[in-house]
Design a binder for this molecule. Sequence first.
Ligand SMILES: NC(=O)c1ccc[n+]([C@@H]2O[C@H](COP(=O)([O-])OP(=O)(O)OC[C@H]3O[C@@H](n4cnc5c(N)ncnc54)[C@H](O)[C@@H]3O)[C@@H](O)[C@H]2O)c1
Length: 440
Amino acid sequence: MEENKKVEKELSRRQFFKELGYMAGGAMLLSMPWLRSQTPEKLEEVKGDKARVALIGCGSRGQYHLHNLKLIPHAEVVALCDDYEPNLKAAAALCPNARTYSDYQKLLEDKDVDGVIIATPLNWHAPMVLDALAAGKHTFCEKAMARTMSECRAIYEAYKRTDKALYFCMQRMYDEKYIKGMERIHSGLIGDIVGMRCHWFRNADWRREVPSPELERRINWRLYRESSGGLMTELACHQLEVCNWAMGRMPETIVGLGDIVFWKDGREVYDNVNVIYRYADGVKINYESLISNKYNGMEDQILGHKGTVDMTKGIYYMEDDNQIPGIRQLLREGQEKTLGAIPTAGPSWRSETRKAYVPHSLVNGAVSVNSGQSTVGADNDGSDVILSAFCQSCLTGEKAESVVEEAYCSTLLCLLGNQAMEEARIIKFPEEYKIPYMKF
Ligand SMILES: NC(=O)c1ccc[n+]([C@@H]2O[C@H](COP(=O)([O-])OP(=O)(O)OC[C@H]3O[C@@H](n4cnc5c(N)ncnc54)[C@H](O)[C@@H]3O)[C@@H](O)[C@H]2O)c1
């Protein structure tokens, strides 16, 4: 059964890379250079080999990665590390042949490990990434890059010095619908980008059950500032990367308001954020997230003067499809008896709604749409593809271009968003955190 799934997964990954192959030679990859190491030919090179990888942090996301790793033919999980025994045991049950460690430093001394996958709380990312690179391991770390801006800078400097591959799990960069959407956007489909609207709405408290009170801050690390950047680093991080990818540059001004509106349970991070990021030409990202109402779901909308791409659904809409003037729309709806009663006074038509837009698909065949409700990760959202790319890098030594830079840029924007909300002021992107990759 597992073997069938493995073959099926591998075939779909190969098909995905094959489709990307036509882009690989083209100019399109200028805006997604990380895919250059993902051509079908390069995947062919690692056939039969297995990267010996280890997982540090065997919690929910770590175990999700283990399930994906088991379906990657060029990967073998040889070691596991967690300092919380129940999670280490659960992971060991998934990979019974892997060596187990409770101290990650000891795991890094293991000579039979080529690459490490880090899925620990945010405050552990920087120390673990820096130690793993220093130990000569190829390294894959969960997003966001780190908890503070200075830690991000230290990682970026270490990355510049190392000859090892370093990835951060920004899976949208490897998600087919995002890749195809960006290809269209950069070919001019929706004209000039005039704005971006990203939101993530959930209705869940983010709390996990704690077996004894002294474990509260450990297990519920997402809720405390010492270990988490809250909604910004947990959710916005992915979406802000998409905006920068679309724009090919960075916003320079940030303003926002954050509050704890509903989950007043002792947590320290906001459960309700609104942040505006402004690019030099006035284009803005409107970012909104709250976790006490899920009506709006999750969307990454790129708005152009000719159309809109809704990346999360793999759909685009053209402005021309909706050119019926308001009064004609009202009459037509009346004729079609779609309106129960036509009001005689006041605003009586809905010309400004998106009701009449025609959806066009970005991807052939079925699109896997992420509801945004899973806290672990959604199927087919690119997570398995980026992990496969990492395992490939462990074997070839080839780095994926720009993944670290993209993670650095989006993490910095998350942390600056938090700073803008905490200080309730307009923040300018700080000079000392600019890197050559950034255009403003
Ligand atoms: N890319 C995505 O879409 C996505 C989705 C979910 C989570 N994540 C990220 O994955 C990471 C982990 O999240 P999670 O929900 O799995 O958290 P989790 O609490 O379920 O798991 C974290 C694990 O790390 C272990 N750990 C903590 N400190 C450790 C240490 N010093 N040494 C060894 N192990 C240690 C914990 O015991 C726990 O088992 C976070 O950075 C999170 O943001 C990313």
